[in-house]
Design a binder for this molecule. Structure first.
Ligand code: DGY
Length: 321
């Protein structure tokens, strides 16, 4: 009797050629992106599914993992994996895979995009021209990047990539990280600072830590109060790392000068959020890795991780301890 193909649940935007690669080895059950697998998948498929390919919008918490008893791999189409209960997965023998390394440049590019946009007030400059205000006179002056201090909160792969870019703009780069990044210091990429020193020195504070119990809400009123009034916050990591209510208050009270946000506490951001009405806030729709080339590389890695794990090979990127 021919062996039946293993069932995998796919809740991610897989392009046709990569979908064919999965179909050569598996039977696919499609689930719309963002739906809970313990609710959207039929009982029969939940019992037999061996693998999951999903985005960060799929909660893979204990309930979801409990509902999928035969799953041996969750391949996340993202470098972040805060949607997955990794300790629970590990206890249940489920491999958790992600896509590190292939999106660092894209996220770092967007981070620098925010820094430039904020320093040069580009969103207001654009509105100035469209409104016809230019006909009445030149737009207000903005600020140089050269000589300004970029403070990196978190110094992993993406932080390092941002540091390299900022150096090309003649910025001073300082960082704070749980562990010191000696290679970056030796290369002269960035100088280490205590957390408080970083907050006090940064003209731009850019967040590059993963979301965890420890980092959730870790940039809040205390941090904004410690920053310069002229400083900007940039967040391209995860929204809940920043206490959004505190950020809104800090912006309303002029405690900091503005913010560039690719990620928010709740996504998609409600257009009624006060953030949407602030001229000194630049927003993007969680788009750090959202380029054609980067998303392709991420999906190739996510599919390879899934298929390797199902075939009993060591996946290229695994997050279980
Ligand atoms: C990631 O890879 O973690 C990006 O934020 C996409 O969600």
């Amino acid at each position: 009797m021919p062996q039946s193909l293993p069932t995998v649940i796919v809740s991610a935007p897989v392009p046709p050629d990569l979908r064919s690669a999965i179909e050569a080895a598996c039977r696919i059950v499609d689930v719309p992106i963002g739906q809970r697998l313990d609710q959207a998948v039929s009982a029969a498929d939940r019992e037999t599914a061996r693998g999951v390919l999903c985005t960060v919008r799929t909660p893979m918490d204990a309930d979801a993992l409990d509902a999928l008893p035969a799953v041996s791999v969750v391949s996340n189409f993202a470098v972040g994996y805060d949607n997955i209960d990794v300790p629970r997965a590990t206890r249940g023998g489920v491999l958790v895979c992600n896509t590190p390394g292939v999106l660092d440049r894209a996220v770092a590019d967007l981070t620098m995009g925010f820094v430039i946009c904020l320093a040069r007030d580009m969103v207001q400059g654009d509105a100035y021209v469209r409104r016809g205000d230019w006909l009445k006179g030149p737009a207000p002056l903005t600020a140089d990047l050269a000589g300004k201090t970029l403070g990196l909160l978190g110094m992993g792969r993406i932080g390092r990539m941002v540091a390299r870019r900022a150096q090309a703009f003649d910025m001073r780069v300082v960082y704070h990280n749980r562990n010191r990044d000696t290679p970056s210091e030796e290369l002269g990429l960035a100088a280490y600072r205590s957390r408080d020193e970083l907050l006090a020195e940064a003209d731009f504070l850019s967040v590059h830590v993963p979301l965890s119990a420890e980092t959730r809400g870790s940039v809040g009123m205390r941090e904004f109060a410690a920053m310069k009034h002229s400083a900007y916050l940039v967040n391209t990591s995860r929204g809940p790392v920043v206490d959004e209510a505190a950020l809104i208050r800090a912006l309303q009270e002029g405690r900091i000068a503005g913010a560039g946000l690719d990620v928010m506490e709740r996504e998609p951001l409600d257009p009624a959020s006060p953030l949407c009405a602030m001229p000194n806030v630049v927003l993007q729709a969680h788009a750090g890795s959202a380029t054609v080339e980067t998303r392709r590389a991420m999906m190739e890695l996510a599919v390879a991780n899934l298929l390797d794990a199902l075939a009993g090979r060591q996946p290229r990127a695994m997050v279980n301890p």
